[in-house]
Design a protein around this ligand. Structure first.
Ligand SMILES: C[S@@+](CC[C@H](N)C(=O)[O-])C[C@H]1O[C@@H](n2cnc3c(N)ncnc32)[C@H](O)[C@@H]1O
Length: 200
C-alpha cells in the first residue's frame, strides 16, 4: 500500500463515514445503496456472503435480517466474530468449501452475495481474468445453493470478459440489472450485477 493511497483513503468520504459509524468497511455503503434501489433484502431470511472479509456486507445484512435469519460468510482470511453469522474460512474455488457451505446452510438460500477481488497484480488483463474467475465461481455456487426465485448480487470488473459473464447470469435469472452504486469509486472498474428470480 503506497503513501498516496493511504492519504487518499483518509480523505475518502465513505471510508471516514464507515469509521465513524463502526462499520468494518466502506463497502457496506455499496450494499446499502444497492438495497435501497433494488430492495435486495425483501423477503430474505438466509444469506450467503462470498468473499465477506472484513465484514461490512455482513454487518449490513445483519441489520436487515435480524436474529431469526441465518447469515453465512466465507473468506480466505479470518474475520472478527459477529453475532448470528456462521463464518467459514476457505477458498471459494475449492470443492471442499462448497461442501462446507451446503452443510452449514442446511437447506436452500434466499440471497447469494459476492464481492470478490483477487490480489491485484497491476497487470490489467490478469486482474480482470482472475476477478471474472471468482465471479464465475460465485455463480456456480449460487446455482447450487439458491432456492428457486432466489437472488444473486455480484461484483464484476469491467473488461472484455464482462459481457460473456453477464450472458451466463441472464441464462439463470429472469431479471438482471447492471449498476454502479454511488459509493463505488469512479476510477474503479467494478460494476454490480443484481439478478432476481433464479429459475432453479
Ligand atoms: C473487497 S473484499 C470484500 C469486502 C466485503 N464485502 C466487506 O464488506 O467487508 C474482497 C475479499 O475477497 C476475498 N477473496 C479473494 N479471493 C478469494 C477466494 N478465492 N476465496 C475466498 N475469498 C476470497 C479477499 O480475501 C477479500 O477479503
Amino acid at each position: 500500500m503506497g503513501k498516496d493511497w493511504l492519504k487518499k483513503r483518509k480523505r475518502d468520504f465513505y471510508y471516514r463515514k464507515a469509521k465513524l459509524e463502526g462499520l468494518r468497511s466502506r463497502a457496506a455503503y455499496k450494499l446499502k445503496q444497492l438495497d435501497k434501489k433494488f430492495k435486495i433484502f425483501k423477503g430474505v431470511k438466509k444469506v450467503l456472503d462470498l468473499c465477506c472479509a472484513p465484514g461490512g456486507w455482513l454487518q449490513y445484512s445483519l441489520s436487515r435480517i435480524g436474529e431469526d435469519g441465518l447469515i453465512i460468510g466465507v473468506d480466505l482470511v479470518e474475520i472478527a466474530p459477529l453475532p448470528n453469522v456462521r463464518f467459514i474460512r476457505g477458498d471459494i474455488t475449492r470443492e471442499e468449501t462448497l461442501e462446507k457451505i451446503v452443510k452449514v446452510a442446511n437447506g436452500k438460500i434466499d440471497l447469494v452475495l459476492s464481492d470478490c477481488s483477487p490480489n491485484v497484480s497491476g497487470i490489467w488483463e490478469l486482474d480482470h481474468a482472475r476477478q471474472i474467475y471468482l465471479a464465475e465461481t460465485s455463480l456456480k455456487i449460487a446455482r447450487k445453493v439458491l432456492r428457486k426465485g432466489g437472488k444473486f448480487v455480484v461484483k464484476v470488473f469491467q473488461g472484455d470478459l464482462f459481457n460473456n459473464y453477464l450472458d451466463k447470469v441472464r441464462e439463470l435469472f429472469k431479471i438482471v440489472k447492471v449498476t454502479k452504486p454511488e459509493a463505488s469509486r469512479k476510477e474503479s472498474a467494478e460494476m454490480y450485477i443484481i439478478a432476481f428470480n433464479f429459475s432453479g
